[in-house]
Design a protein. Structure first.
Length: 201
């Protein structure tokens, strides 16, 4: 089945209206591609009500879902978004992350004209963070190799993710991003040498 959108952005959120606003503002600035973006907000059983905030972004294709399994951390919440994504690419974000204006345009051009099918694209220079109410740009930390272990700024081909049954560990409350990134990178490396490779779980 053909994907409905180019990119699905998944955003788990727990009691963070200012962070979610910052993230949605940055997505809303992607003028050239925002109609090709699906945004899935996973409310991880917050006490905050996000409906009034979301109503301000009429140009974005937003779905808000509730993680009905109860609060179990960002990993299971992210998985809820991946499971219903209708985009060709998965772009995991957190409330408080952002994308530079026109930051997603290169991905659109790559997929449109070069038919790029590599399972993962690293674009850390596209992301910014809201820390203590202030913008915090990735350039200030890009020399830190540990940042490449995170999900932030990585975009994943959904078909590769789903075909290989890659998922977040439900019992991992922290560093779920390091885990999924390590699994994804190892799968990609192994598949280059053996297309029939299957990981034993």
């Amino acid at each position: 089945m053909k994907d409905k959108y180019l990119i699905t952005i998944t955003i788990p959120v727990y009691n963070d209206i200012p962070g979610l606003k910052f993230t949605l503002d940055s997505i809303n600035r992607q003028y050239y591609v925002r109609r090709k973006i699906e945004v899935i907000i996973i409310d991880d059983n917050s006490t905050d009500n996000y409906d009034e905030l979301i109503a301000n972004y009429k140009h974005l294709n937003i779905k808000k879902i509730l993680n009905t399994s109860g609060y179990k951390g960002p990993g299971p919440a992210r998985q809820c978004g991946v499971n219903i994504a209708q985009g060709k690419w998965i772009f995991p974000m957190d409330a408080g992350d952002g994308v530079y204006k026109y930051g997603l345009l290169p991905l659109y051009l790559i997929t449109k004209y070069k038919k790029h099918e590599y399972p993962m694209i690293c674009c850390h220079m596209l992301t910014e963070f809201l820390v203590d109410g202030q913008d915090y740009f990735t350039e200030k930390r890009c020399a830190n190799d540990a940042s490449w272990a995170w999900l932030h700024g990585n975009i994943y081909l959904k078909k590769f993710w789903q075909d290989n049954n890659i998922g977040f560990k439900p019992d991992l409350y922290t560093h779920e991003d390091v885990y999924i990134n390590a699994v994804m990178r190892n799968y990609i490396f192994a598949k280059e040498y053996d297309p029939d490779f299957k990981m034993i779980k």
